[in-house]
Design a protein around this ligand. Structure first.
Ligand code: 13P
Ligand code: SF4
Length: 373
């Protein structure tokens, strides 16, 4: 990867970053969701012929990733969740990093951050269950203020979102007056409320260039910022945040794989460090990765991203042999079938955003969603 000029990239670190666990705490009283909806009785979770008859067909989609011996554990949950979501009038949005039993078993809509944000605006159901991390649920809530948005584990955070606060953004704006601010969607509503526009890894370059300016503050992912800087002539002022999952990959490990098989194709997410991106044949968002894989259809592919990606996409590309030096996202993996079931039964885990913050944060997400291609 080469940067447009030596001056094009500035890395800001006004303080040592101590991750702030963000749990969307509200300072205004709101009637808890669990009081607005009556709890439902727990279903029988025995694996029976009736369970198999109802959901057995779904196993084929995940057979490559889940051993048959594990299916009787998942099947009763999948049946119960699919029945309960109809009863509640809920829709399940799941990110591409969710485990295959969630991705193929109970999700109504799957996608990358941009697709989920866009789909959130089209959802007819009154209740959204977000299977992903907290900032994704917040984004759905921002775009659907009238709907009830629930996340099965409030602690499903993100090292990027935890690396920066709204106060940090205000300090950056004071240091660079007049420079527009682009925030990766992997940020809290508190941060989104301070910026001009959001972006995802699918549209980051397009968003930066849409601002028609020669300098942009781009936060919080320093590696995504570097990747954007390599694709544009706009000067980038970056924040020192990083994804704890993608920053663990190294260029050296990828070169070792390439030595073993020079024909191997390397596919990487732009949250990876530059020495990893330098080895990649394709760099893109999780949706971009799915498109690349389904278009190429065969060969050996090194998936440099979160572990569930290859599991989920393998069904659509059975001829590809995936090599998985993968790292798990501990936050995405907090979401499980038992927790989704519990959410539908209790209606606990509502995502709420103070209205004054929500109004400003919504504007930056809508600016992104409304940007024409
Ligand atoms: P995508 O927008 O590519 O799905 O990425 C979200 C994410 O959190 C990747 O780590
Ligand atoms: Fe955040 Fe990284 Fe997990 Fe994505 S993979 S949710 S960026 S910690």
């Amino acid at each position: 990867m080469t940067l447009a000029t030596d001056q094009a990239f500035t890395l800001e670190s006004p303080r040592t970053i101590t991750p702030v666990p963000y749990d969307g705490v509200l300072d205004e009283p709101v009637q808890p969701c669990s009081r607005r909806f009556a709890p439902l009785p727990a279903p029988d979770l025995t694996y029976t012929p009736a369970v198999e008859a109802a959901v057995g067909h779904l196993y084929e989609k995940m057979a490559h990733a889940i051993p048959r011996i594990e299916w009787p554990v998942h099947a009763p949950y999948i049946k119960a969740i699919n029945e309960l979501k109809k009863q509640r009038g809920a829709v399940i949005l799941a990110h591409n990093y969710q485990t295959p039993e969630i991705f193929h078993g109970v999700a109504d809509i799957v996608g990358d951050s941009l697709q989920l944000a866009k789909e959130a605006t089209n959802v007819e159901a009154d209740i959204i269950i977000q299977c992903g991390v907290h900032f994704m649920a917040e984004t759905s809530k921002l775009l659907n203020p009238e709907k009830t948005v629930l996340i099965p584990d409030m602690k499903a955070g993100c090292s990027l979102a935890a690396s920066i606060t709204g106060a940090d953004v205000r300090a950056l704006k004071a240091a660079y007056p007049g420079v527009p601010v682009v925030a990766y969607v992997n940020t809290s509503a508190d941060v989104k409320a301070e910026v001009d526009i959001c972006c995802t890894s699918s549209n980051a370059v397009q968003i930066v260039e849409s601002l028609n300016t020669d300098k942009v503050i781009f936060l919080p992912d320093q590696y995504l910022a570097r990747w954007v800087a390599s694709q544009t002539n706009v000067d980038i002022i970056a924040w020192r945040g990083a994804c704890e999952v993608h920053e663990r990959f190294t260029g050296a490990e990828l070169r070792d794989y390439k030595k073993m098989d020079p024909s191997i194709k390397v596919i990487a997410h732009p949250e990876c460090p530059p020495d990893v991106i330098a080895e990649a044949d394709y760099t893109g968002s999780t949706a971009g990765i799915i498109d690349w894989v389904t278009n190429h259809k065969q060969g050996r592919v090194l998936m440099v991203t979160e572990c569930s990606m290859a599991d989920n996409v393998a069904e659509a590309a059975p001829e590809i042999e995936f090599v998985r030096p993968c790292n798990l996202c501990p936050h995405m993996k907090r979401i499980t079938l038992p927790k989704i079931l519990d959410t539908l039964l209790t209606m606990d885990g509502e995502v709420l955003i103070p209205p004054s913050m929500a109004e400003r944060a919504r504007a930056s997400v809508e600016a992104m969603v409304n940007l024409k291609n």
